[in-house]
Ligand binder design. Structure first.
Ligand SMILES: NC(=O)c1ccc[n+]([C@@H]2O[C@H](COP(=O)([O-])OP(=O)(O)OC[C@H]3O[C@@H](n4cnc5c(N)ncnc54)[C@H](O)[C@@H]3O)[C@@H](O)[C@H]2O)c1
Length: 371
C-alpha cells in the first residue's frame, strides 16, 4: 500500500487547503507611520486573509519597539522595521503602503511612495492644504500610481445603510440633516498624548482630523456639493488632561438645498452616551436615523412600519476601517480597479474642514465658489 492510499480523505482535503493557502499570494503591506492609526489598520488587516503586513517605517526607533509589543499581542510580528522610507519602498515584498502620518508631513512621503511606483492608502486629510493634495494627485496620475484617501465613513455599515435608504427614496428627497459626534476628552487624551501634533491650535488643532470624515460623508451621502458653510468653535484648555477641548457647531448649505448641521465636541465626559447620531429628515416628514454606529432606523408615518437595522460589529468595522481596507486590498490592489474615493474628494472634504476654522475666525460664512 502506498502512502496515498493510507491517507484519510479528510487529511487530503486539509493538505490541499493548506497548499492553496501557501500558494495564495498575500498582498505585502508596508506601514508608513506607527501611531494610533497604524494600530487601527493593523487590527483591520489582521482579519483580512489576503493581506500581510511585512514592513513598517517610522523615523523614531522607539516606536518600532512599542509597535512590536503591540503586534505580538495581536498575534503577528513585522519582518523588517525601517527608519528610512526609501529603504522600505525598495523592499520587493512591499506591494502597497498604508500611510498614517500627520497630514502636514505627508507630501514628501507621498512623493517617495509614488516615485517607487507603490499604490497607497493615505489617511485623511492626505495633506494640510488643497494645493499639496493637487500636487500629489498630479504626480500620481503622471506616474500611473493609485492613491486612495482613507475616508472610512463611506464604508461604515451605518452610513452605507443610511445612504442606501436615502438613494432608494425611502424618505423622498432629504431636506435637513443633523449630525452629532461627541468624543470624550479622556479618550482623545489617551489617543494623542499632551504635546502631540494634534493639539497645535495654530494649525487648527484637532478640527481637520475630527471633522473631515463627516465632511466627505455629507457630500457622498447627499450626492451634492456644498455652497456655503458657517461655523462657531468654542475652544477649551483642559489642563487636567493636558489637551485642547473643542466644540464646533456648523451649518452647511448644499447645492440640492439640503441644510446640514454638525455638532462636534471633544470636550465631553465619557458618560454622555452614544458618540454619534445622524438624523436625515425627508420631504415626506420621514427620517433615516443612525443611532450610534450599530443601529439605523427608518421612521415612517405609521409607527408599525418603522424599520430597524442592527449591526453586530467589532472595533475595526464600526467606523468603516476594516471594510475600507478590505476593499482597498481586494478591489484596488488585487482587482486593479480605480479607487472609488479619490484625492479630489479628500481635497473637497479638507476645504470644508478648513472652512470651519476660517468661518469661526471671521464670523462670516465661507462660500465655496470663492475658495
Ligand atoms: N480614519 C480615521 O478614523 C482617523 C482617525 C484619527 C486620525 N486619522 C488620521 O491619521 C493620520 C495619522 O494620525 P495618527 O492618529 O496615527 O497620529 P499619531 O500621532 O498617533 O501617529 C503619527 C505617526 O506619524 C509619525 N510622524 C510624526 N511626525 C512625523 C514627521 N515629521 N515625519 C514623519 N513621520 C512623522 C509619528 O512618528 C507616528 O508614527 C492623520 O492624518 C490623522 O488625521 C484618521
Amino acid at each position: 500500500m502506498n502512502n496515498r492510499t493510507k491517507m484519510n480523505p479528510n487529511s487530503v482535503n486539509l493538505n490541499s487547503i493548506l497548499k492553496k493557502q501557501c500558494l495564495m499570494k498575500k498582498v505585502g503591506i508596508g506601514l508608513a507611520g506607527l501611531g494610533f492609526m497604524a494600530r487601527v489598520h493593523s487590527r483591520a488587516l489582521n482579519g483580512i486573509p489576503e493581506a500581510k503586513i511585512v514592513a513598517a517605517w517610522s523615523k523614531f526607533p522607539d516606536e518600532h519597539n512599542k509597535f512590536n509589543e503591540f503586534s505580538k499581542k495581536l498575534g503577528f510580528e513585522i519582518e523588517t522595521y525601517y527608519t528610512d522610507i526609501k529603504k522600505m519602498l525598495e523592499n520587493p515584498r512591499v506591494d502597497t503602503v498604508i500611510c498614517a502620518i500627520p497630514s502636514r508631513f505627508v507630501e514628501p512621503i507621498a512623493k517617495e511612495i509614488i516615485q517607487a511606483g507603490k499604490p497607497a492608502l493615505i489617511e485623511c486629510p492626505p495633506c494640510d492644504t488643497p494645493e499639496k493634495i493637487d500636487r500629489i494627485d498630479k504626480l500620481a496620475k503622471e506616474r500611473g500610481v493609485k492613491l486612495m484617501p482613507g475616508h472610512c465613513y463611506r464604508f461604515a455599515p451605518c452610513f452605507k445603510k443610511s445612504k442606501e435608504l436615502v438613494d432608494k427614496g425611502e424618505i423622498g428627497g432629504p431636506i435637513f440633516v443633523h449630525f452629532r459626534e461627541f468624543v470624550p476628552a479622556e479618550s482623545l487624551a489617551r489617543q494623542w498624548a499632551p504635546g502631540s501634533w494634534i493639539w497645535d491650535k495654530d494649525r487648527g488643532g484637532p478640527i481637520p482630523t475630527m471633522t473631515v470624515f463627516c465632511m466627505d460623508m455629507a457630500r457622498w451621502l447627499l450626492n451634492s456639493e456644498p455652497v456655503s458653510l458657517y461655523a462657531t468653535i468654542k475652544w477649551q484648555d483642559l489642563p487636567q488632561l493636558g489637551i485642547l477641548g473643542y466644540t464646533v457647531v456648523n451649518m452647511i448649505k448644499f447645492e440640492n438645498e439640503v441644510t446640514w448641521v454638525n455638532e462636534f465636541s471633544g470636550s465631553v465626559v465619557p458618560s454622555m452616551g452614544s458618540p454619534m447620531t445622524m438624523e436625515i429628515v425627508g420631504e415626506k416628514g420621514n427620517a433615516v436615523v443612525a443611532d450610534g454606529p450599530e443601529k439605523v432606523i427608518l421612521y415612517t408615518e405609521k409607527k408599525e412600519e418603522q424599520q430597524v437595522w442592527s449591526f453586530d460589529i467589532t472595533r475595526p468595522e464600526r467606523w468603516g476601517h476594516k471594510p475600507q481596507d478590505e476593499y482597498f486590498i481586494k478591489s484596488v490592489i488585487l482587482g486593479r480597479e480605480e479607487p472609488i474615493v479619490k484625492l479630489q474628494d479628500a481635497k473637497k472634504a479638507l476645504k470644508m474642514s478648513l472652512a470651519i476654522l476660517e468661518s469661526s475666525k471671521t464670523g462670516k460664512a465661507v462660500y465655496f465658489d470663492q475658495v
